[in-house]
Design a protein around this ligand. Sequence first.
Ligand code: ATP
Ligand code: MG
Length: 567
Amino acid sequence: MKDQSAQNTPAEPAVSNFIRSIINEDNRTGKWQGRVETRFPPEPNGYLHIGHAKSICLNFGIAKEYQGVCHLRFDDTNPEKETQEYVDAICDNVKWLGFDWGEHLYYSSDYFDQLYDFAEYLINQGKAYVDSQPANAIREQRGTLTSPGQNSPYRDRPAAESLDLFRRMKAAEFPDGAHVLRARIDMASPNMNMRDPVIYRIRHVHHQRTGNRWCIYPMYDYTHCISDALENITHSLCTLEFEDHRPLYDWVLDQLQEKVPCHPQQIEFARLNLTYTVMSKRKLIELVESELVDGWDDPRLSTLAGVRRRGYTPRAIQLFAERIGVSKADSWIDMGILEDCLREDLNESAPRRIAVLKPLKLIIDNYPEEQVEDCFAPNHPQQPEWGKRSVPLSKMLYIEQDDFMEEPVKGYFRLAPGAEVRLRYAYIVKCVSVDKNAQGEIEAIHCTYDPDTKSGTEGAAQRKVKGNIHWLSASHAQQVEIRLYDRLFTDPHPDSGGKDYKHALNPDSKTIIHAFVESALQSAEPGQCFQFERNGYFVADRIDSTAEKPVFNRAVTLRDSWGKAAK
Ligand code: ATP
Ligand code: MG
C-alpha cells in the first residue's frame, strides 16, 4: 500500500474518492450547472490543528480541482469564547498552507439580520415557537434514544404570541435563559436532533464583531445551513459527527426554500485521528495554560502554528492530506505517515549541511599544524546544479561520539582503534590512539591521514573503506543551540480508554543541546529547513533564531525509530 501511495505527490492527478464521485456525478447531471463551491467554517475559539488542515486541504483542494471557489467563513455565533486573536491566527494558518479565499471571506455574524428575519418567518409559518421553560425542563422533556420526548406546554402557543415574545427577546426585555426559540419538528423523532431543537437563545454578551447590537444569538445547526445556502455553497463538507444533524440541516432549508438561493448538499467524511498526539481544543488549551508545553506554537503540538515552527512545510501537509484521503469510516492515522511526508518533501527541498550534535575531538597527528584546506560538499546529492560549498579541514576536528567505539561490536564500520574511515569530502584516516582523562573517559582520539586519498582524486577512487563519517574543523565550527524535539506522547492513543492523557507525556520530547554547525549556517533564514547530514531534518527556529544566535529545531529524524520500537 505504501509503495503505491509514495508516488502520489500533489503534482500528480488526485486519486478518486467518494466526494469526487459525488461532484463528478453532479457535473454529469448538471445539478449545479458545473459549479463547485465549498467552504471551510472554523469557529474562532481556538487555534487550528492538523485535523483542521485535513478539512482545509479538502475544501480548498476540491474547489481548486474543479475550478470552483472555497470560502473561509468564521462560524462566530458563540461570542463568549471567540476572539479576534483566533480569527487572525486562522487566516494566517490558511494562507500559510497555501490557500487563498480571495474575496470570499465571510462571518456568520454578517447574516444575523437575515437569520433573525427567517426565524420570524418560521414562527409565522407555525414552524417555530418561543418556549418559556427553564433549560433543565427542556432537557428533561427531550426523552432518550429509546423513549420519545414530551411536548413543551408552550409548543402550541399562538404564533402571534411567540412573535411578540421573540421580538421582545431581541429588544433585551428578558434576562439570559428566560426564553428560547425552538424549531417545531417532532418530539417523537428517533433522531434526537429533530426533537424541537433550540435555534435562538438569549445571551447578554458583547460580540467581537457585532458589539452589543444583539442579545439573542442563533444556534450552530440553524446558522450553519442558512449561511451555506446564502453563500450559494454547493457541497458542504463536514465531519461524521454531523451525520445525525443532516436531517435538521435539510429541514431548515426545506422550510426556507422560498427565502434562500439554494439547498447545498451536506456530505460527511471521517475526521483525522492521529496517533501520539491530542487534538481536542480543551486538551490543547489545558496543555498550553498549565505550561506543559511552551505556548500555542510549541513545536511538539499538533497546532498548525506548532507544526510550522517544528519545520513542517505546507507541501508536506498537503501531501499528507492527499495521501490519507477521505473516507466514511473513522480510523487512526499513524504519526509516522505525517513524518514520512515531511521527510519526503525535505529530502527533495532541503539543502544539506553538516552539524555535529555530540562532539568528540579528533586530532590528525600527521596533518600540518597551521594548515587549512578546502573540501567541497554538495548542497544536494541529487541536485548537482545547487553547487558545492567549501568546508574547511584542519588538524583538529569534531566528529560524533557515536562514530567511535573503543571496543567495536560486530558489523561496526566506523572508527575504532586501528580502524579506517573516510572523513566525508576529505581523506581516509586511521585511528592510532585514544586520550582519556583521570576518570577513564575518552577526551580525544588521534588519527593519521593518508594524503593520497582526498575525495574526488584518483587516489580516492583506488582506496575503498566501509565507514564514512561527517566532521567539522574545531576552529571553524560555530556553536549553536539545537532543540531536539520528539513526539509529545509515548502512547499512540494518549486520550483513549478513559486515561488521563497527561500520564503519557514523553519526558524526552524536548532536549536542548549546544552543538557545532558549519559556518554556512550562520546565514540561515528563520524558518529555513536543512538536512544535517546523517542527523535529520532541522529548521532555523522562526521565532528565536538570529544571525548572532542561530537556533535550530529538529523537525524529524532521517528514519522512523518509533515504528521500529513499536515492533
Ligand atoms: P469544536 O468541537 O470546538 O467545534 P472543531 O475542531 O469542530 O471544534 P471547528 O472550528 O468547528 O472546530 O472546525 C472547523 C472545521 O474543521 C469543521 O468543518 C470541522 O468539521 C473540521 N475539523 C475539525 N477537526 C477535524 C479533524 N480532526 N479532522 C478533519 N476535520 C476537522
Ligand atoms: Mg465544530
